[in-house]
Write a protein that binds this ligand. Sequence first.
Ligand code: NAD
Length: 471
Amino acid sequence: MAKQVSICVIGSGYVGLVAAACFADMGHKVICVDNDEARVKLLCEGGVPIFEEHLPELLAKHRGRSVVFTSNLGEAVEESEAVFIAVGTPQGDSGAADLSYVEAVVAEIARMIKNYTVIVEKSTVPVYTNDWIRRVLHRHGVGKDRFDVVSNPEFLREGTAVVDFLHPDRIVVGASNEQSAEILRRIYEPLTEGSYYAQPDAIQGCCTMAQPARMLVTTPQSAEIIKHASNAFLAMKISFINAVANLAEAVDADVEDIAKGIGLDSRIGSRFLHAGLGYGGSCFPKDVAAFHWVAQERGVNFQLLNEVRKINETQREVFFNKVRSALWTLRGKRLAALGLAFKGETDDIRESPSIEIIKKLLRAGALVTAYDPAAMEHAKETLATEENLKYAENVYEAAQDADAVLILTDWKEFAAIDLERLIRAVRFPIIIDGRNLYEPAEMQKRGFTYVSMGRQSSYQGLEAKPHKMPA
Ligand code: NAD
């Protein structure tokens, strides 16, 4: 049995809450802190503030026993051997990460440290944040023998966060000495030795007793860069296939076939080669910008990252122009917008391409009815001032009398629409699919005019291929 470690997790968002629940499931004693009193109250009373598979059952199992919630950071730090910082690191005006939440937390931690404590950067931060945390602790009078700072970036994806956390491709630990690395080894031992996977009620995934999770120990700087470089690389793959999609369309090729052909090369791999509206969310956009900023600061030319961002922004324009090409004018047109979250299986709408596109359509005079399986409450707050935007309870209600149906998020539910019911609901059978969830030939057979990304569109009867609208 691995030794239990007392852990404090600061921040109960997508990363902090998932980490807290998973550490508890791994056998540790966890205090999860947030300065959002309403969120702490909700968590204490049994609520789950984010939409993530397995999270409700893990919280139900451990809440009040091996994981507790509080807004009292001081007490939580005092009682913990390791303090994980999992607060937000949003994009600042210059493109650099805004680290003020991290600094504020470190200043608070400094007042409370009594015994040797490992401070762990779980938030995504630029290289040398580790040094800054050390410096802030010194400035607040914490002796250097009372703490170490370790980088332990998180690679989970929203929508599959719990499984990703407990079955990671790798656990990266950036430590400057053995003492602090050892505490992280103890924390992750149930995953790296495999004992977690032998538990009868363990969350299932790709790791097993025989093939447990791998840990890579590096310097703090390398660990910090691994996280930024990983996200930038994945964003680059998405922008690459989107640029290929636009080319494919211009030469009557099919990006789905091309992606398959590229992805079968084991050196490249098929993941993150899905043409669409581009990446969004709280991570890729800001991490690409922050990584680019770090390179610029150090005098390193990393222009590639700027191009990745530009291609991503272009995809929204590309889609908007497809809507205009299919519908001619937009004023007064009724559009069903399927999807508000930045990707399927999450309620997160931060930097969602869908939200940006809906706003643009509304500016152009369209009347939009939106539906999302989980993100409607968040969207209602963000889009509260929008007139001409309504919400529906399901796909078919959204599509009622619509001039066109737009697929904006790759929810599994949207890949399994009852097309016969849909065609009865709409005014015109036109689907503009920003996520390539259907086969053009099949959609044509079913009676739809179907426009997607990087593929030839299929039209019905007299609907000749329309001219591309000027940008
Ligand atoms: P989030 O906004 O969902 O959660 C952050 C939480 O921190 C909020 O609940 C907020 O109230 C709390 N907080 C802020 N200041 C605080 C303070 N002083 N004391 C206590 N709590 C405080 O953010 P997130 O999506 O969980 O991301 C956190 C970090 O992890 C970011 O750096 C992000 O880039 C990184 N990350 C996110 C993901 C993801 O998929 N969301 C994946 C990997 C890494």
